[in-house]
Design a protein around this ligand. Structure first.
Ligand SMILES: Nc1nc2c(c(=O)[nH]1)N[C@H]1C(S)=C(S)[C@@H](COP(=O)(O)OP(=O)(O)OC[C@H]3O[C@@H](n4cnc5c(N)ncnc54)[C@H](O)[C@@H]3O)O[C@H]1N2
Ligand code: MOO
Length: 395
């Protein structure tokens, strides 16, 4: 008897998954890792008042009402060197040349752009009034000391690396990678490196899952193809559990006479469910072995991909404490779509002219993965979506 759960019941089970431990990585190895604590700035950024333009640092009052026909005439004290503390301080009637990014000298409260000034011997003529703090960046304009700059759970992207470098945070607290093993099962499977042998089929899921797990920040190992032989698969899963937090088995998940995954799960641990009310991907199963998991995914490639992408990646999120950024898109449907009640459905769609169109595909098809621009989720109790209805496209 299959123990079929709804998607929300499955997600509830994931809430009990334990987060992996923390580790430290160098900024050069931080890309794609999940922050295990908030990054709190120890300091203000930029940390000093600086000019945002090339020009002359001066006292704004000295340029009051000046114009091209009546420029303000200021004494030029010289030049400030970028990266050095200014040797000069500015008094009434004085100015000093300052390059973009250099430290504002004491006394100055504005910078006039070089385009609005003319050097005339020892003097500088300023043709346009500068208002107080014009072209000046304050000590804490960018970041204030004590501020949370990047939140715990964030996946570190290149843009975060920029911020970490700016803050001088080079040793970063992250979650260790989730260790995952991928096993494909089926006597009919051959490696994509092998010569084609009809009616054998190339292993798609092993490659897909390994790539998807790596993309999700796991240390994923592909263990190849196991024959439809319970003992062979048992040995492989048992051994893989020693070195993994989670073992993914593709194929053999439904109820046929060569579907051993359930037996292996019963022998090794506690089966959590056998079946999710979802289309495609119903024959998905999962077991717990101590703090580790075995997941059995449907053999049909589209089903396997949908279950990983929309269900199992949530488990990985839990284990990594990851906050996923929402990159979904809201668009209108370009036609009606009918669905049967009772299962939550993930429908592949193509975007054309700003509308979403369903792609009709059997779960044994794989080309849809190259053709679709994303998936829409249709709730369990709905019977479809009508033309022009707004839908959320998950990518
Ligand atoms: N009597 C029933 N038959 C089936 C049911 C059912 O409820 N009762 N469910 C169907 C659904 S839905 C799916 S999905 C599949 C899932 O089957 P399994 O997970 O047991 O997978 P297999 O039988 O091993 O394979 C199904 C199909 O997928 C191909 N396959 C398997 N692994 C791979 C791989 N790594 N790469 C590419 N293709 C793969 C395999 O050759 C089969 O064609 O069961 C339905 N049947
Ligand atoms: O659930 Mo199957 O995965 O519908 O094709």
């Amino acid at each position: 008897m299959l123990k079929v759960l709804t998607v929300s019941e499955v997600l509830d089970i994931f809430k009990n998954a334990k987060e992996v431990d923390n580790e430290k990585v160098d900024i050069n190895n931080a890309l794609g890792r999940v922050l295990s604590e908030d990054v709190v700035s120890r300091e203000n950024l930029p940390g000093f008042k600086r000019s945002s333009v090339d020009g002359y640092a001066l006292i704004s009052n000295d340029t009051y009402l000046c114009s091209e026909s009546m420029p303000a005439m200021l004494k030029n004290k010289g030049s400030i060197v970028i990266g050095e503390r200014p040797e000069y301080s500015i008094n009434e009637g004085e100015c000093v040349y300052i390059p973009t990014g250099a430290m504002l000298p004491d006394g100055a409260d504005a910078v006039a752009m070089i385009e609005d000034c003319e050097e005339l011997g020892d003097e500088v003529l300023v043709n346009k009034p500068a208002s107080r703090w014009e072209n000046v960046v304050f000590e804490d304009d960018d970041v204030k000391a004590g501020e949370v700059v990047i939140k715990k759970g964030t996946v570190i992207e290149d843009r975060h690396i920029a911020v970490l470098a700016g803050l001088g945070v080079t040793n970063i607290n992250v979650k260790r990678k989730v260790k995952a093993t991928v096993i494909s099962t089926g006597d009919e499977l051959i490696s994509p490196y092998e010569e084609r042998q009809i009616p054998k089929v190339r292993d798609i899921n092993g490659y897909f899952l390994t790539a998807a797990l790596i993309k999700d920040g796991c240390d994923a190992k592909y263990k190849g193809i196991s024959k439809d032989n319970e003992e062979e698969l048992f040995e492989l899963v048992d051994k893989s559990l020693e070195e993994s937090d989670i073992v993914f088995i593709s194929g053999g998940s439904s109820a046929g006479n060569r579907d051993f995954t359930i037996n292996i799960m019963e022998r090794l641990g506690e089966v959590l469910f056998h079946g999710i009310a979802i289309k495609p991907g119903k024959p998905t199963l999962m077991a717990k072995v101590g703090e580790k998991f075995i997941v059995g995914l449907p053999g049909h490639p589209l089903s396997c991909a949908v279950v990983y992408r929309f269900i199992m990646s949530e488990l990985i999120d839990r284990m990594l404490g990851r906050i996923r950024t929402d990159n979904s898109l809201i668009l209108k449907m370009g036609e009606n779509y009918h669905k049967a009640k009772g299962r939550e459905e993930y429908l592949p769609v193509k975007i054309e002219g700003g509308f979403a169109y369903p792609i009709y595909a059997k779960s044994s098809a794989i080309s849809v993965m190259a053709k679709c621009d994303g998936f829409i989720k249709i709730e369990r109790d709905l019977e479809g979506i009508v033309n022009e209805q707004e839908v959320k496209i998950m990518r």
